[in-house]
Design a protein around this ligand. Structure first.
Ligand SMILES: [Zn+2]
Length: 94
């Protein structure tokens, strides 16, 4: 029995290119249709608290592999690694 991969066609929300993807594996982003950015993300590239309205009207938009790769490289530069955390804090009252 041939293994048919389920595919869907969508438009990448970054480059607007149509591409075919596996809905189970595609990377999606929650995008606010009013801004074209994830809720809480402004056109200036700054973050502000996402309003419930923005989240409610936002939809998952697919991201094509090319843009995903770029976003990952970009994200690695923009997002510093989280600060180190102590696995166990020394007990107080020593
Ligand atoms: Zn793209």
């Amino acid at each position: 029995m041939p293994q048919e991969r389920e595919t869907a066609t969508g438009r990448c929300f970054v480059c607007k290119r149509e591409f075919t993807f596996d809905p189970k594996e595609v990377v999606t982003f929650l995008i606010d249709p009013q801004t074209g950015f994830p809720p809480g993300f402004t056109a200036l590239g700054t973050m502000r608290p996402a309003t419930p309205e923005a989240v409610a009207r936002s939809r998952d938009e697919p991201l094509c592999p090319d843009c995903h790769e770029r976003a990952e490289r970009y994200g690695a530069r923009l997002d510093p690694p989280p600060p180190p955390q102590w696995p166990t804090w020394p007990p107080s009252g020593n």
